[in-house]
Design a protein. Sequence first.
Length: 408
Amino acid sequence: MQLKINGIWLMLIMLTGVFSLLFLWFTLFPGRVNPELGQYFTDRQISQGRDYVRGMRLVFIGGFIAQIVFLLWLVFGGKAAALSRGIQQFTGGGLAGYVAFFFVLWLLLRLINLPFDMLGSYYWQHRWGFSTQTLGSWWLDYFKAAGLEVVLSTIGVALLFWVMSRWPGTWWLMGAAFLSLWLVVQSFLWPVLVSPLFNRFEPTKDPGVLAMVDELSLKAQLPVDRVLVMDASQRTTKANAYFTGLGNTRRIVLYDNLLADYPADEVKAVVAHEMAHWRQGHIVQGLGLGVLANFLIWGLLFMTLKSTIPISPYGNYPPYTWAVIVLFMTLVSFAASPLTNHFSRNMEFEADRVAVQLTGDAPAAERLQVNLAGKNLSDVSPPAFIEWFSYSHPPALARIKAIRQAAE
Ligand SMILES: [Zn+2]
């Protein structure tokens, strides 16, 4: 059965093609380094950052292209339909056919991505001395994450196809509503149910950090009662921190590396930045945008499926519809990444500004940016396209300038 390529597909495929080629081009030829960076970083730091990040970008775009080419061949080459028929004969149809098709596709995509996963998160991290993980512990992480993903996705797929057959005209509304609800539930539960499967989290006991958190939370007028330290050093030497959770699962998480390797005033700058995300309600804003995007994307998916897959007026969508959905969602999220990153960078700028108001210590915030970018080997002089397309955080120099402005 031949699937129809309509205008939405053409637009998505063209946009993805152009973005991928530009990404690859600027990864290979990043252009000259912004001379202003000389004030903050040595030439060696800048070139090492570029070398390390080039490898990461090649792994990312290589994995993405491999996956998209496979999905396009599967969907528009008629292979997905053939596989779907074979599976339906084998399982005798019904919901089992849908779940079996999902599982086969999931396994194939995991296999295609495995070499890229391994290169990016194991081999390259060791090569640059960031990873502290053994291969055995890497595999353990991999299987835990895959197991969790396959269980949750199987439930999701079974629900989706049930809803699609039950409400053929409005399933997309139900799908979007359900996924939105899941986004909220997940934000609430993830830090308490899932993150502890991979790391240990303990309340900070350091009296200096506790006093600093109290001082900041008083100034921010926020009841920050959970600042947790994560044993990140069992995987990486990089330092980081994040803010997560919803309602009473909200927490600020600091990597143990950060506390061990950074001076107190820079740790304070980090905590203030995470508190600023908290105070400005960035998680709720992110969820709001996610919910809005959900309805748009599911509406678009509904129209696309209707004009792509020919079904009889009484028939249901066949199991290979799942491959079409995965292709569609992968293309949409890739093509939309400049938009999502734009929102994310704005929130980061805002958090930096508010943090400086809280600490009143712009020099420490600047030093923190220099230290983090230098030690974690960031690409501090990214090509404009790559920054626009894939940076969820502004590059160090832009952050330093914004911090200076906020302090004036
Ligand atoms: Zn942030």
